[in-house]
Structures are given as C-alpha cells and as structure tokens.
Design a protein. Structure first.
Length: 192
C-alpha cells in the first residue's frame, strides 16, 4: 500500500506541483480513501517527503554512477562533458521533482544534499589526487568543492530556469569553465 501511495504522490506532484498536492488528490490517484492514506502517512507533507526522498536517492545513484563511469576516462574534456550531460539528463527528467527537492531539501551543512555533495567531493578529490597529485596549487579538496558546487548550481539552474541554450551548448560551456578552472588550479598554470 505504501508503494501505491508513494507512486500516486509522485504522479500528483508531477501533474500539479508541490502546492497542488493534497492528500485527497493522492488518495484518489492511488484508488483509496483518504482515511486509508492516513493509516500510512499522517499528512501530505509526509507523502511529499517520501516522494522527494526516493527521487533524491535515485538522483544520487545516477549522478554517482555517471561520475564513477567517467573516472577512468583519460581525456578530461570527454570526462567532464559526459558528467555534465548525465547530470542534466538526470535533473531534467522530472523538473517538478527537482524543484521539490530544491525547496524541501535546501543545502545546509548537515542535510542529505550536503552529505551527497561531500561524497561527490571525495570522489573528485581522489580523482584529482590520482591524476594531478603534486601539480595542484590548492588542496585537491578545495578544487573539488569549487567544481562540484559550480557544476551542480549551473545544472540545477539550467533545468529549472530553462534558458534558451541548447543542452549541447550548455555542456560545452560548463566543460570549458571546469577545464579553465582546473587548468588554473594546476601548479604549472599562472592565473590570468
């Protein structure tokens, strides 16, 4: 029954948005009475929280997989571009869910979004150390933090704001930005 309610909650959220989600709408979509819904979820916030939690879990898995899949790629341009495209694809699949995550899980130092970002930071830090160990002018963790937050912010903004920029162009521009910063962070490159 919980699966049915969560699936219905997700459908209602996608159709009506966060503000349009009510327990009556969710119950109707699940084909149950509101009273039955309340046996499993105390209110609409609990349904919404579970929908958002599951979406965030799926998103984290997809982004992590994309990052890990490109970690062995020797061509930095190809690797960065693949990660950016995978991130945008994952985020753009359900913008209403992304908006709900952004609203319900604001980034704070101890929340799940921050914890996920720290895991991606650690993956990128390891990659940077393996590829550029002693070449970095700044600690690898600093470089990773800057890159992860920049790419995430740009990708979320791109999906939610829908600027008139083709996805391929967006990926090229973000890749150039990342590689420019990374080039600057390497010891042999002088700041311009």
């Amino acid at each position: 029954m919980v699966e049915r309610i969560v699936t219905a909650g997700r459908a209602v959220l996608l159709e009506r948005g966060t503000d349009g989600l009510t327990t009556n709408h969710v119950a109707a979509a699940a084909g149950i009475s509101p009273g039955s819904l309340y046996q499993y979820f105390p209110d609409k916030e609990a349904v919404l929280d579970e929908v958002v939690r599951r979406y965030a879990d799926d998103l984290e898995e997809r982004v992590t997989r994309a990052f890990v899949d490109t970690a062995a790629e020797r061509d930095a341009t190809v690797a960065v571009r693949r990660v950016v495209l995978a991130l945008v694809d994952a985020l753009a699949e359900h913008p209403a869910l992304l908006r709900a995550v952004a609203q319900r899980l604001p980034r704070a130092g101890d929340d799940r979004r921050a914890a996920f970002a720290r895991r991606v930071d650690a993956l990128l830090t390891s990659t940077l150390l393996a590829r550029h160990g002693g070449e970095l002018r700044h600690p690898a963790g600093t470089v990773a933090w800057m890159l992860v937050r920049t790419v995430e912010s740009l990708a979320v903004g791109y999906v939610l704001e829908e600027p008139p920029i083709a996805q391929e162009v967006f990926a090229e521009e973000v890749t150039a930005l990342v590689l420019g910063y990374l080039g600057r962070a390497l010891a042999g490159e002088e700041a311009g």
